[in-house]
Unconditional design. Structure first.
Length: 161
């Protein structure tokens, strides 16, 4: 049991040290400066790893908080929807407008309003590379001629660009 408490204590100090390093980093200190200022860091590379861990932890915390906030907001929207849905079905145009706005908001929050995604990749290097290759082949043929070396027929049959 003592080892577990000691491990948590050591981990807690490490987390505090990482937070201090991150704070200094965000204030504009270099990794080397942080290693000098914060006890427990022997080099700039250990500071870099610590800052990376701290940033990842913060990102994970931020993502978790965002998920929780989204859940709360969706529950609130569901409450508004429940309060107006039946009235909208009975012809209350104001309630129908509210229902449509709530549905629209839920669609946007869920990311369903972006439409279909189409991945397009355009490679425009073909003509540039073809031209470069043609110049290289011409250079090889010229060099072969300069040294009296035979040139394979395949090289001579390459199309001009």
């Amino acid at each position: 049991m003592g080892d577990a408490r000691k491990s948590r204590r050591v981990r807690g100090r490490g987390t505090e040290r990482e937070a201090q390093a991150l704070q200094l980093f965000l204030a504009g200190c270099t990794y080397e400066q942080i290693a000098e200022k914060v006890d427990g860091y022997s080099s700039a590379s250990t500071v870099c790893r610590a800052i990376t861990r701290a940033l990842k932890r913060r990102a994970d915390e931020r993502d978790e908080l965002a998920d929780q906030a989204l859940t709360v907001i969706l529950e609130q929207l569901d409450g508004v929807l429940r309060g107006h849905y039946l009235r909208s079905l009975r012809g209350d145009t104001k309630a129908a407008d509210i229902v449509l706005k709530v549905i629209d908001r839920k669609i946007r929050l869920g990311g369903y309003d972006t439409g279909p995604h189409v991945a397009v990749q355009v490679n425009q290097y073909g003509s540039h590379l073809d031209h470069e290759l043609t110049e290289l082949v011409a250079g090889v043929i010229d060099a072969a001629g300069d040294y009296g070396l035979p040139v394979s027929p395949e090289l001579r049959e390459l199309p001009e660009q």
